[in-house]
Design a protein around this ligand. Structure first.
Ligand SMILES: C=C(O[C@@H]1C=C(C(=O)O)C=C[C@H]1O)C(=O)O
Length: 362
């Protein structure tokens, strides 16, 4: 049975959670703000990874920001089957991509894979998955959106801000370059893993590709643009990332969604050059990303708002969860290391379900 009061859209940042209620009016991007103004609320929704595909944007009848619920982690039933822990097809795809990178066809491509958890004879409660994510990933953008025309929720705990803007002042915080925090968080070994990532030439080059492309795309849309010369470390409970906080001032009349759209999909989730990476993803991934790698967020009727990257996420129903994770493939990547990196990324959502995504016997 579905929990009756579990909102169809939730977006949590720190101690505040945005929830919607009442009717949800589906809108197109062009008139979304006008309708939000009339309704006296705002716009929430999802933009797919494919920049040409239709976004799912709604103006809710009511919306409110409430204190984020604080609940202990709840143990969920173990899945009756798990498919995709070991994914030889993914390793093969990475090997093919590395060949193309070596041939100079492109600089970077992000390849993703899936993990399917099925729950036969037991019920997975989406709301409990959400509260587990909140408890385990307190610094992330934690979101849940009921997918249109289905009984599934797209949920996740994303560490990556694609675009925040308020009265023209904007921030974007791309992440690219990752290492797993295998040592105890806060220990010397843990800090050393982070420091090694900061010094890694491979990861720095991968990160620079992302920042350069974002800078290039924002130049003509901004009155002020500040791009730090070097990345800094960003930690999730599972991983270290390289991140760069870029900020400035948008040209008048641009909404937070306009800003996010201008840089989406960044090379952090797609690759570079964008068109070649999009083509290669379509060739090598054996599933449709849908909203994975897209945008999730909200904006008020003035266009101020916040859009995060749809990452560390899964499509969840009462009978199954399909988890998504990808990794940036660059020169020097290996099938094994990218398989391991995606296993660790799957682990951030896996933890909310109580499943080990790295238990692979090679
Ligand atoms: C693709 C994912 O993460 C992205 C890829 C990263 C990388 O390759 O280093 C880092 C952060 C994200 O931009 C994912 O979590 O699924």
């Amino acid at each position: 049975m579905r929990t009756p009061d579990f909102s169809e859209f939730l977006f949590t940042r720190n101690d505040r959670t945005l929830t919607v209620s009442g009717e949800l009016f589906r809108v197109c991007e062009e008139n979304a703000l006008e309708i939000a103004q009339r309704q006296g609320t705002g716009v929430v929704g999802l933009v797919p990874f494919d920049p040409q595909a239709q976004p799912y944007l709604v103006v809710p009848e009511r919306w409110e920001k409430t204190p984020t619920p604080q609940r202990p982690v709840h143990k969920l039933p173990q899945p009756s089957s798990l498919e995709g822990i070991d994914n030889p097809g993914y390793r093969q795809a990475v090997a093919t991509a590395v060949q193309k990178l070596n041939d100079g066809e492109l600089d970077k491509v992000v390849l993703a894979r899936l993990l399917h958890a099925k729950y036969e004879g037991q019920t997975l409660d989406p709301e409990t998955v959400y509260t587990n994510l909140l408890a385990q990933q307190p610094r992330a953008f934690v979101f849940s959106a009921k997918l249109p025309g289905s009984d599934r929720y797209l949920m996740g705990a994303s560490p990556e801000l694609v675009f925040h803007s308020e009265e023209g002042a904007f921030t974007t915080h791309p992440l690219a370059g990752t290492v797993s925090r295998t040592a105890l968080a806060g220990s010397t070994d843990d800090a050393q893993l982070g420091e090694a990532l900061l010094r890694s030439a491979k990861d720095r080059a991968e990160h620079a590709t992302v920042v350069d492309d974002i800078r290039h795309r924002l130049e003509s849309l901004t009155e002020e643009l500040h791009v730090p010369a070097v990345p800094s470390l960003m930690a999730t409970p599972q991983l270290w990332h390289l991140g760069t906080k870029i900020w400035g001032k948008l040209r008048p009349g641009m909404s937070s969604l306009d800003g996010a759209r201008a840089i989406h999909p960044t090379p952090a989730i797609c690759g570079f050059p964008t068109e070649s990476a999009l083509d290669l993803i379509q060739q090598l991934e054996n599933f449709n990303r849908g909203f994975f790698g897209g945008l999730v967020g909200w904006m008020d009727a003035q266009g101020n708002g916040e859009w995060a990257l749809v990452l560390r996420c899964a499509e969840v129903s009462e009978t199954q969860a399909t988890l998504f994770a990808g990794a940036g493939i660059v020169e020097g990547s290996t099938p094994e290391s990218e398989h391991a990196e995606t296993a660790n990324k799957l682990g951030s959502f896996g933890k909310a379900l109580g499943i080990d995504t790295t238990a692979i016997a090679l």
